[in-house]
Design a protein around this ligand. Sequence first.
Ligand code: FES
Length: 104
Amino acid sequence: PSITFVLPDGTEKSVEADPGANLMRTALAADIASIVAECGGAAMCATCHVYVDEPYAALFPPVGEVEDEMLDSAAEGRSTASRLSCQLTMPDRNITLRIPASQQ
Ligand code: FES
């Protein structure tokens, strides 16, 4: 399956990902510059913030406690669709992730 990244400038980039692959690592490997992942995936930086809209949001487990705190304290433009991509793994179908405007 594939991930379509919608970048802050509106352009889209699609990359293939294996089910179970970490979404943040997939973004780094695909040179999605808006995903910085400063903390390396420890849910400590929020520079891997993405928006997961419906119907894709339902493919992932709910926001965890540590993820929730980090999104609250560090993510610009948090919305109900906000997730830390380092905490998510690829489902077995195509998904779309939007990158927040603050991560130009
Ligand atoms: Fe730092 Fe996801 S990489 S919170």
